[in-house]
Design a protein around this ligand. Sequence first.
Ligand code: NAP
Length: 244
Amino acid sequence: MLITGGSRGIGAATAVLAARRGYDVAITYLSNEDGASDVVAACEANGAGAVAIRADVAIESDVVEMFDRTARELGPIRAFVNNAGTLHRAARLDQFELERLQEVVSVNVIGAFLAAREAVRHMSTIHGGVGGAIVNVSSAASYLGSPNEFIDYAATKGALDTMTIGLAKEVATEGIRVNAVRPGLIYTDIHALSGIEGRVDKLAPNVPMQRGGSASEVAEVILWLASTEASYVTGTLVNCTGGR
Ligand code: NAP
């Protein structure tokens, strides 16, 4: 299983759970080498082969290389988790600057598309692959819209939802299932980028279940979507939001 953004948060929890479930695991990171090394060690402690690869998903050559290296070091890729993502400080749309828009679209949309492209090239039976599963990590933001915070981020996740539906149909006869998980408010570092201190705790009262979620609760959904237990599930967007 190859997971982008596996050095912390949802990607890290997914890597460790995947190792427990018997996968060898490749994770990518942007700059947090120590976090990535800790995740590799945790995967290895669970008996899995594991490798950490530095790769910026917004850079095409990095994306191509992360797939090639994973296949070289761990064998054919059977599952890909399109998880790396970013957001910027909470602001109204009328305050957005060009650089912010370019970065969030480059990472969350173009990066996710480049990575999905490479996943299909590696896994599709028409390219000589053995099939597999792609799980896109979208967000509840795609249907909530994130007003006054990050409509740009929300819209990139809408793009990911649409890609999930279209790509699932495109490769349905090529051995690849494509699904997305849409997490709600999950306790990870990403909220610090918003500049809103304690964001998950502040918003938790709006969640029907009255709490934020954990990265491992999202990882469980990802592992199920990637597994053969979900063999007839494709083009589906699974909310993991406590009802929000
Ligand atoms: P996180 O804790 O901030 O971790 C982000 C991960 O992505 C890190 O491993 C980071 O690497 C990596 N990354 C960031 N930019 C990258 C880039 N340009 N290229 C490659 N890797 C990059 O975030 P998270 O909360 O686990 O989020 C994971 C996914 O879940 C994201 O797509 C996010 O939009 C989605 N999501 C999260 C929540 C939530 O409440 N947490 C809710 C809905 C959706 P470094 O460690 O090296 O920086």
